[in-house]
Write a protein that binds this ligand. Structure first.
Ligand code: AMP
Length: 378
């Protein structure tokens, strides 16, 4: 890949908080940004140099973007791979249409992982309620029904505990093509953030420390780093991550979510071909943030150090907290705490509005401090 020099323009499809933080990091390196987002007031609208107001999957918008940009990336994987395919001979796009095509559909994502011999929970494709019934005989109960496309943060999912739940679950996901997978009785959810690029045709890979993630109502609530796992489990997680990015000949940041079972087995749950919420700890917590790293990777620069500066806890701030009298004073006055807000309006339940980092030495104490600060906001 050729180098994209400062002064060049980077296109981002999606103008949410991930794009916003990429732009904040990229502008300091001298890049210009054009975003595509249907919302005129999206989180990046006032810091991007220009915006094409259109849906993420609009072919026209992609064609327009290709004319004015030197490289293109995304802040969401829900971009039609066909739009990227239509422009990737004119302008480099990371992730490529092939990556998006494989990742957008949960079935092809799981098939891809299976071909690589990567451990995951058993899964079966289902297209009707009869197929669902048969699939349950194969994966067992409890199990999780997930739509093949457009799912995120637990949307398009239903847990099936016994056979009486089948109809409700099938209705809940909208009776669309889905996969049913074995329910994992996990010890923890973890994620690996890995960056891969080519510098003078040599592959470079940089991996961030393993992150432990705590979810509430299927949405990430808290990330704790270091995750505190023994070296053999960490090694297992990193090996899976490296195998995946190499198999795609991937360029950019990828987040790979995994389960660690109570027996210490690592199972890959999901791949996100972009910067990721569970990597927000890097923005202030590591020498190079995931956002700077993404810009480095897609412009053909060497990758920055992924070293953790000190133990860190990240807590998400969802719109549910936004009451009239929300008060950030304690957060702002507590040493070792950094507040990030995305300037999103309006605040809605479940909407990601910001996050804060708590940094220090003792991870147990930091985690308790983060909980305490969070509880003071509720
Ligand atoms: P996903 O959209 O696949 O990332 O799922 C969202 C959340 O649902 C995950 O972070 C887990 O907490 C939970 N989940 C998803 N799949 C499973 C599974 N097979 N077994 C247990 N929990 C799951």
């Amino acid at each position: 890949m050729s180098m994209i020099l400062p002064g060049s323009t980077i296109g981002i499809i999606g103008g949410g908080q991930l794009a916003r933080m990429m732009i904040l990091e990229g502008r300091k390196m001298g890049y210009h940004f054009v975003i595509v987002d249907p919302a005129q007031d999206c989180a990046s609208h006032d810091i991007a140099n220009d915006q094409i107001v259109a849906s993420w999957s609009s072919l026209n918008a992609a064609l327009q973007l290709a004319k004015v940009c030197d490289v293109i990336t995304v802040d969401t994987e829900h971009v039609a791979w066909q739009s990227i395919q239509a422009i990737e001979d004119q302008v480099p796009a990371y992730p490529s249409s092939i990556v998006l095509k494989n990742v957008q559909d949960r079935l092809s994502q799981r098939d891809f992982l299976q071909k690589l011999d990567i451990a995951q929970t058993p899964y079966v494709n289902v297209e009707s309620i009869d197929e669902l019934r048969n699939a349950i005989d194969q994966v067992g109960l409890p199990c999780v029904l997930k739509t093949r496309t457009s799912g995120y943060d637990g949307k398009g999912q239903a847990v099936i505990k016994d056979k009486d739940d089948i109809h409700v679950a099938w209705d809940k996901i909208g009776r669309v093509p889905a996969i049913v997978e074995g329910f994992v009785d996990f010890q923890d959810e973890v994620s690996v953030l890995v960056a891969r690029t080519r510098v003078n045709s040599q592959v470079r890979i940089a991996t961030y420390p393993l992150a432990k993630n705590i979810h509430r109502k299927h949405i990430l609530h808290k990330t704790v780093v270091p995750a505190g796992y023994p070296e053999n489990i960490e090694k297992n997680c990193f090996q899976f991550a490296h195998k995946i990015v190499d198999a795609f000949d991937y360029i950019g940041i990828m987040a790979i979510e995994m389960f660690v079972t109570k027996q210490g087995e690592v199972l890959v749950n999901e791949i996100a071909p972009r910067t990721h919420n569970s990597g927000h700890f890097t923005y202030g917590g590591c020498v190079t943030s995931q956002f700077e790293q993404q810009i480095r990777a897609i412009t053909g620069q060497s990758l920055g150090a992924t070293t953790l500066i000190e133990p860190v806890v990240m807590v998400n701030l969802l719109g549910d907290l936004w009451k009239e009298d929300i008060n950030f004073q304690t957060l702002m006055q507590t040493p070792g705490v950094t507040l990030h807000l995305y300037d999103k309006h309006p605040a809605k339940p479940g909407r990601k509005m910001g996050h804060f980092l708590v940094q220090g030495q003792d991870i147990e104490a930091l985690s308790a401090k983060a909980d305490d600060l969070y509880n003071q906001l509720t």
